[in-house]
Write a protein that binds this ligand. Structure first.
Ligand code: IMP
Ligand code: MG
Length: 189
């Protein structure tokens, strides 16, 4: 990974393209859960902190059903960008999900280790229904199988930032999605 001064972010998906992807996901979720949830028993969106926060806030507003939010924080990465494979809960859910209809909302599936762990772990808490929605999927990097119900877009094996995704806590607030690359060095001398 190039150092900060030599880094550039190349646009990959614009805010409009992201909006379109999120709308389609929200339509599928609305269709699948219509009649199954209510204000008394809303659909629970469980955002995986911190990367999914921006996506969850847009998705929640596009789903035309009563929704509630909760958040979980896990750690499988250090300051480097490669997966250690170790998943640890840093912040657990605030409420019980027993008997609830739940969707885990994740920014990107890389190795699949985080989601497989979360799926198994939350399933033990006996939700009525547990589904997974991920904005982005990097299938080339998969180490373990995980069944994902809603996927926004397959992406190449590049390091992506923006729209919630970070590199060492930078770039999360970019309204578009970019690929981290190296600045071209000026030619000649
Ligand atoms: P997994 O357990 O390897 O699937 O890890 C998924 C997590 O890794 C995501 O929730 C992100 O936090 C992080 N991640 C994976 N790929 C990227 C990327 O390209 N940019 C930023 N974060 C990423
Ligand atoms: Mg994440």
């Amino acid at each position: 990974m190039p150092d900060q001064a030599k880094r550039v972010v190349r646009p990959f998906l614009s805010a409009d393209e992201l909006d379109c992807i999120v709308s389609k996901l929200a339509e599928s979720i609305t269709r699948d859960f219509r009649g199954k949830v209510s204000c008394e028993d809303p659909l629970l969106l469980v955002g995986v902190l911190k990367g999914a926060v921006v996506f969850l806030s847009d998705l929640a507003r596009a789903v035309r059903l009563p929704v509630a939010f909760d958040f979980i924080a896990v750690s499988s990465y250090g300051a480097s960008t490669s997966s250690s494979g170790i998943v640890r809960i840093l912040k657990d859910l605030d409420e019980s999900i027993e008997g609830r209809r739940v969707i885990i909302v994740e920014d990107i599936i890389d190795t699949g280790l985080t989601l497989r762990y979360l799926q198994n772990h939350l399933q033990e808490r006996k939700p009525e229904e547990l589904r997974i929605c991920a904005l982005l999927d990097k299938p080339d990097r998969r180490k373990v199988d995980v069944e994902v119900d809603y996927i926004g877009k397959e992406v190449p094996n590049k390091f992506l930032v923006g729209y919630g995704l970070d590199l060492n806590e930078n770039y999360r607030s970019l309204p578009y999605l970019g690929i981290i690359g190296e600045k071209q060095q000026p030619k000649g001398g």
